[in-house]
Design a protein around this ligand. Structure first.
Ligand code: PL4
Length: 408
């Protein structure tokens, strides 16, 4: 028999969102007939917008003809889509050849780890989207989990809390680190300013590291003064990879489409282009995004698609406002939910999982426990704005009842 990958054995518990699903199912089995509302996993709920549906239908019809049928495509994605992303999302700040279309940002987060291998040192915001740390553990970049600290040995955790405006102390980043940074942030909802991202790029450059910038929620930024891409920051092309997604901006988490930009200016220590290696990885372990998903992506970036998906984002941001108001009225300190679809609420006197259970069992509402994103998330709950409006209205009614202060 083969032995197990020893790095996998380090992952003691389930992936966060699998554990939430398990607890929700356990509750549902024990309480048949109770309707649970999810403000937990950030998963889009509204129907695909008409221009996207039309494009997928058209592509499906074409695939049923000799002339329109397409087999394997370029692993890097359709040329037209790479051009569209470069033009519409980046306004020419990146070249089409630097864009690698993928089946989602999470999948690219895993593939990116292959670039730097197990010897790389990881620095992450704490709290952060768990895929960064977990995929680094699987790659062998870390030591064991230090249970008492809830941290893996060999990773630098950069605490992001209310006192530092959820922006880490950059001096703590070790030299030659692979730094993951997400803005608008999952889970805190914080959005880094231009000045902060400039400091970040400078810090990573001075330390001769590489920045992986996760911009999966950039479409939720409505404040014109806030940067939507790391490439708006001078010098970023030499230090940063940007990974992003159609999942949330186009409202199709299930369609599966994302992309990663690896600029040609990003070099390893020996001067070789990181771009060429990512191209090698993608052509070796990925076979290109589905033709239907890419047709959907092209439609999402057309004028009608952009207008329709903007209205959909407005809907989710309306949810965020309602949830934020409710939690604030209940006396909680709440962050995020503006220029970001996540709200980060401090729950005093309870651990995150205690607060999660209380909410599930008393209000039948699912949130995400902050500690699942890293030790600095302890004592917080994350609320997602991805839901139907009537579910949000029902959920906030339940939250009001559960959190009603005595005498109020
Ligand atoms: C649950 C910062 C959600 N099963 O859809 P993708 O792969 O293009 O993007 C995934 C992704 C990438 N980067 C960030 C994200 O927050 C997400 C999606 N996160 C959440 O609730 O935190 C969905 C989680 C899903 C998962 O594990 O990704």
């Amino acid at each position: 028999m083969l032995t197990r990958n020893p790095h996998l054995a380090r992952l003691k518990s389930r992936y966060l969102f699998s554990e939430i699903g398990r607890r929700r199912r356990e509750f549902a089995d024990a309480h048949p007939g109770v309707r649970v509302i999810s403000l937990g996993i950030g998963d889009t709920t509204e129907p695909l917008v008409a221009p996207i549906v039309a494009a997928v239908r058209e592509r499906a019809a074409a695939m049923g003809t000799r002339e329109g049928y397409a087999g394997y495509g370029d692993e890097q994605g359709l040329t037209a889509l790479r051009q569209k992303i470069a033009e519409v999302v980046y306004r020419g700040q990146v070249a089409p050849e630097e864009v690698f279309v993928s089946d989602g940002c999470k999948c690219d987060i895993g593939r990116l780890q292959l670039l730097f291998g197990p010897a790389a040192h990881l620095a992450v915001q704490d709290p952060s989207y768990p895929a960064y740390v977990d995929s680094a553990v699987i790659t062998g970049m870390t030591g064991d989990l230090i249970e008492a600290r809830g941290q893996f040995a060999g990773i630098t955790y950069l605490p992001c809390h209310a006192d530092n405006g959820f922006f880490p102390v950059l001096e703590a980043i070790p030299h030659r680190s692979l730094v993951y940074f997400c803005s608008p942030n999952n889970p805190t909802g914080a959005v880094a300013t231009r000045a902060q991202l400039t400091q970040l790029v400078t810090a990573v450059r001075e330390r001769r590291g590489v920045l992986v910038f996760d911009a999966a929620y950039s479409a939720f930024i409505r404040d014109e003064g806030l940067p939507r891409s790391i490439y708006e920051i001078p010098g970023a092309r030499e230090v940063a990879i940007e990974t992003s997604s159609f999942s949330k901006p186009a409202g199709f988490t299930g369609v599966r489409l994302g992309w990663t930009v690896v600029p040609r200016d990003l070099r390893y220590e020996d001067g070789a282009a990181v771009h060429d290696d990512f191209n090698r990885i993608v052509t070796t372990v990925f076979n290109g995004a589905s033709v239907f998903a890419q047709a959907a992506g092209l439609a999402a970036l057309g004028p009608d698609g952009l207008a329709a998906t903007r209205r959909q984002i407005d809907h989710y941001m309306g949810n965020a406002r309602l949830i934020r108001e409710t939690l604030e009225q209940a006396g909680f300190k709440v962050f995020g939910g503006v220029n970001a679809p996540y709200l980060w609420a401090r729950i005093p006197g309870k651990t995150s999982w205690e607060a999660f259970d209380e909410l599930l069992y008393q209000a039948h509402v699912v949130a995400t426990p902050g500690s699942g994103f890293g030790p600095a998330g302890e004592g917080y709950l994350r609320f997602s704005a991805f839901a139907h409006r009537e579910d949000v209205e029902e959920a906030i009614g339940r939250l009001r009842r559960v959190f009603a202060k005595p005498g109020s």
